[in-house]
Design a protein around this ligand. Structure first.
Ligand code: NCD
Length: 352
């Protein structure tokens, strides 16, 4: 049984197959109307969502299947103190796939240990968001026709933006990508990603200026400052509105620039950009529906299987990240990975 916790769970060949299925669905949606009739997904959203949860629901309905779940854990037994393990074990016996979003980093990976159906990570805190990455890759393919030899700029909160983390890791597996990482120093990419870029000998620069970088870019991926990840509101206020892309600044950009944003946008893209043919963010959100249809079809068709029993962890976790799933759910087994001689928590990717 397959899960999608991280884009790394997929080979490039599998991505190509998924994208080709997505294209077929876009061209012949009626052929897929009954593909998942009688199947159900559990949509477990412990954090707010519009596009991700709605596009998964719409995807499942368009495939003839059903959806149950919650958009706020207040309406589930989690509010009574239920552990993630129990919620997942139960829901996975009712559903054919689980879509989960939580504020806890590594939660989808932990959930996958206890699930008898595929678990899809719809965002685990400030860590990863692989189905947004599928959406982003689809957008680049549809509009640029290739994912290679591109200068890609990421701008905004690169520390906390999970869509950025997932997409950088994914793009690192395609040839000829140069990364321009535009952020204030305090909101630069997490150390594990910097090590990833170095380890894979990828071309990247970290800069603070958007305007000075713009003329070099083929793709500009804007992000909002992730207010909910800040413990100090003053720190958020200091960084909010630091980058604002507007029609005037776009005069510096290439004629075929692709402007992307995972949305929601706050003020980092002025509305005077929306009518520019280079603005792709609404189209991007639209592609999310079709690639999620392809994903649900592929994973659900593989079927379910009971997970092996995982004994509760008795040793203390080494991970000191208070947002890590191991912090709130210490019964999950210790998992450490080593990359380039550095040890990381395998759930949240923080150094231990
Ligand atoms: C993103 C997320 O939830 O991480 N939204 C989305 O899923 N499209 C981006 C964000 O919230 O800034």
């Amino acid at each position: 049984m397959r899960h999608l916790v991280d884009f790394e769970d997929m080979s490039i060949g599998e991505w190509e197959k998924l994208y080709s299925l997505c294209r077929d669905i876009m061209s012949h949606p009626d052929d897929y109307r009954d593909s998942l009739r009688g199947r159900t997904i559990a949509s477990l959203f412990f954090e707010p969502s519009t596009r991700t949860s709605f596009s998964f629901q719409a995807a499942m309905l368009k495939l003839g299947g059903g959806v149950f779940g919650f958009a706020d854990p207040v309406f589930s037994s989690v509010s009574k103190g239920e552990k993630l393990k129990d919620t997942i074990a139960m829901c996975s016996s009712y559903a054919d796939a689980i879509i989960i979003r939580t504020p806890w980093e590594g939660s989808a990976k932990a959930a996958s240990l206890y699930s008898e159906c595929p678990v899809i990570n719809a965002g685990d805190g400030g860590h990863l968001h692989p189905t947004q990455t599928l959406t982003d890759l689809t957008t680049i393919m549809e509009i640029r026709g290739k994912i290679s030899d591109l200068n890609i700029g990421f701008c905004g909160d690169l520390k906390n933006g999970r869509t950025v983390h997932s997409l950088i890791k994914a793009l690192g597996r395609f040839p000829g990508i140069s990364f321009f990482l535009i952020s204030p120093r305090a909101l630069s990419i997490p150390p594990y990603l910097r090590n990833f870029l170095k380890e894979h000998r990828l071309r990247y620069v970290e800069v603070t200026g958007l305007e000075s970088t713009m003329p070099q870019l083929d793709v500009l991926y804007m992000t909002r400052i992730q207010r909910e990840r800040f413990t100090d509101p003053a720190e958020y206020d200091r960084h909010n509105n630091i980058y604002i892309l507007n029609a005037q600044k776009l005069r510096l950009a290439r004629k075929d620039l692709l402007i992307m944003h995972p949305l929601p946008r706050v003020d980092e893209i002025a509305m005077d950009v929306d009518g520019d043919p280079r603005a792709a963010y609404y189209r991007q959100a639209g592609y999310g529906l079709y690639i999620r249809m392809a994903l649900l079809l592929s994973l659900i068709r593989e079927g379910k299987s009971k997970p092996e029993h995982v004994p509760p962890e008795s040793r203390p976790h080494l991970c000191k990240n208070p947002n890590c799933i191991t912090f709130t759910n210490p019964y999950v087994p210790i998992q450490i990975k080593t990359e380039a001689g550095v040890k990381y928590c395998a759930y949240c990717d923080k150094e231990v």
